[in-house]
Design a protein. Structure first.
Length: 325
């Protein structure tokens, strides 16, 4: 993982004063994903940001906020331990706790709305029908887009991730698209033979964009206890360790579809963001970096503006997909 930072109150107070200043970016960082317009390409990955972190960074500067994945009914998540460090990364087996649709719309969504930036609601499901039910629950909810997390285990077919089967992805996405007027982003699993095939299935079903990708499966073992470290045994690997693999997947997905691709995996610096844009990403999501640096996303935005200035980039969108192979 990235180096541990000093999170003492004095340091955070200094950082708050710095971030309180109004930032005027010199580079045009605006991006579009269908009808969804973002002031810049940086947003949190689902599950890695909540309203409780708002005191630690100027959330209003982000391109958007993405909620934790929502299920129709209340879920408590997996047993502890849920998180553990790995070399250049983190393993998590949180199990996606959820308050359920009704409580989310009533008590959680308004807190995300208060930031003044577009809100993307992450939608989960253990069956195809659950995705559709949640979409209907959100019909009148104030948000700007849905992110359909098809990395969830499909209880109808032995627990394999819904996103590993192109026909199931198409069923889920077409059903969601038919039930909402909002842009639909589809978050893909990396654990497939061809990310292009799955991305095309989402595109053909009417997706506005795809997010590439969710975590890679892994585990950690405590030698002294001779037991798995995570309470669920296995978990998802994220962080810098997976960035080169996700970068390749983004490049492949962008070549396979005509809709925007959101890059997600191991991004922690402005150079990482620009690499993903060159590989074909329209926007990016950050997650693991914020566990040690809650202010990482807004710091990356400042650094990205400076980096584009150094490289003579006036408009970030012009660099998308320009990598030479």
């Amino acid at each position: 993982m990235t180096e541990v930072q000093d999170h003492s109150p004095a340091v955070l107070d200094d950082r708050d004063r710095h971030f309180a200043d109004q930032v005027a970016f010199r580079t045009d960082l605006a991006v579009s994903m269908g009808p969804l317009r973002l002031a810049n390409p940086v947003m949190p990955a689902s599950g890695c940001f909540g309203p409780e972190l708002a005191a630690l960074l100027p959330v209003h500067e982000l391109g958007a906020v993405v909620t934790k994945t929502l299920f129709s009914q209340r879920r408590s998540g997996n047993p502890s331990h849920r998180l553990t460090e790995s070399a250049q990364g983190m393993l998590n087996s949180v199990g996606i706790p959820s308050p359920g649709s009704a409580d989310f719309i009533r008590t959680v969504l308004p807190r995300y709305r208060s930031f003044g930036v577009p809100v993307v609601v992450s939608v989960g499901g253990l069956t195809v029908e659950e995705y559709l039910r949640i979409t209907e629950d959100l019909a009148d909810a104030p948000c700007e887009a849905l992110e359909v997390n098809v990395s969830c285990p499909n209880l109808e077919h032995g627990g394999l991730a819904i996103g590993t089967d192109a026909s199931t992805v198409e069923r889920v996405v077409s059903g969601v698209v038919a039930r909402t007027s909002l842009p639909v982003i589809v978050k893909l699993t990396p654990n497939v033979t061809s990310i292009g095939d799955i991305a095309r299935a989402a595109e053909q079903a009417g997706a506005t964009a795809v997010t590439v990708a969710n975590t890679f499966p892994g585990m950690a073992i405590d030698l002294n206890a001779r037991s798995a470290v995570l309470g669920n045994g296995v978990g998802g690997l994220s962080g810098p360790a997976v960035r080169p693999m996700v970068l390749r997947l983004v490049w492949q997905a962008a070549a396979a579809v005509g809709i925007p691709v959101v890059g997600c995996g191991g991004i922690s610096t402005a150079r990482d963001v620009l690499e993903f844009v060159l590989a074909g990403a329209t926007a990016v999501q950050m997650g693991t970096a914020t566990f040690t640096r809650p202010y990482a996303m807004t710091q990356v935005l400042r650094d990205l503006d400076a980096l584009c200035g150094e490289l003579g980039i006036a408009r970030l969108a012009d660099e998308r997909g320009t990598v030479r192979i």
